[in-house]
Design a protein around this ligand. Structure first.
Ligand SMILES: [Zn+2]
Length: 254
């Protein structure tokens, strides 16, 4: 039986730990120490490391973990990550060692140029591309690429659990409520997620269905969001990519 645990790292990162029968797999271990602490505490062994993109807060602990546990590492084919054994791109499927889960790879450029998502067992690990009620900054990609990448994630089954890389949810909801004040699902979500944070619980995972209902970056075709973006830009916007680009810039300074 597969379990997925959150291991907090740094200020607001999550390292996701897949576990089955005492064997564990780390997703995006920016730091080895909290992973080692988690394994020790639970008596688990590490069977593999997975990475979604090259940023150090996602791969900083990869090599130390792979050396210590002599386990294979998997990550993006189109990025430079030191210590990667298996390089994954769109359409690649892996059987993850130790936990016997099949994961399918999607190329989702935008936050970084070679960012990947891994989807399987009703879960998607999407790094810094889709966040709960938000999306990643465009460090290496264009708005059009990001819209396309978010579209791939949005087309996964609605019940898919979304495991992203950071606890940004409450700030993202505050922005979403400014952009789409008429969306009543947002207020309900704010109450739900605030209660989790007050109990010191992660707000994650969310689901694809929840993101479709509340995440402004997946809702760039909604009239209220288009109107907000056009007011912000001071001009008419032609299509989803332009609306997305205005929202993404707006959020950067929100
Ligand atoms: Zn990142």
């Amino acid at each position: 039986m597969l379990a997925i645990h959150a291991v907090p790292a740094f200020k607001d990162n999550y390292i996701w730990m897949l576990e089955s029968g005492g064997r564990a797999v780390a997703v995006d271990p920016g730091d080895a120490a909290p992973v080692e602490g988690f394994l020790r505490e639970r008596g688990f062994s590490l069977a593999a490391v997975l990475a979604t993109h090259h940023h150090m807060d996602h791969v900083g602990g990869l090599q130390a973990l792979a050396r210590r546990w002599k386990c294979p590492t998997f990550g993006p084919a189109r990025e430079v990550v030191a210590g990667l054994d298996y390089r994954l791109g769109e359409g690649d499927r892996i059987r993850v060692p130790g936990v016997d889960v099949d994961l399918d790879t999607y190329d989702i450029p935008g936050h970084t140029a070679g960012h990947i998502a891994l989807f399987g067992a009703g879960a998607v690990f999407c790094g810094d591309t889709l966040f709960a009620c938000g999306c990643g900054r465009l460090f290496e990609g264009t708005p059009a690429q990001m819209v396309d990448s978010l579209g791939k994630l949005a087309r996964l089954p609605g019940a898919t659990r979304v495991y992203c890389g950071h606890e940004y949810t409450l700030a993202n909801i505050r922005f979403a409520e400014v952009v789409e004040p008429g969306n009543r699902a947002l207020g309900a979500r704010r109450l739900r997620e605030t209660a989790k944070r007050e109990r010191s619980e992660p707000t994650l995972p969310s689901t694809v269905a929840e993101e479709l209902a509340t995440n402004p970056f997946l809702r760039c075709d909604q009239p209220e969001i288009i109107a907000s973006a056009e007011r912000r830009a001071g001009r008419r916007l032609a299509g989803r990519v332009e609306v997305f680009a205005v929202l993404r810039d707006w959020k950067n300074t929100f």
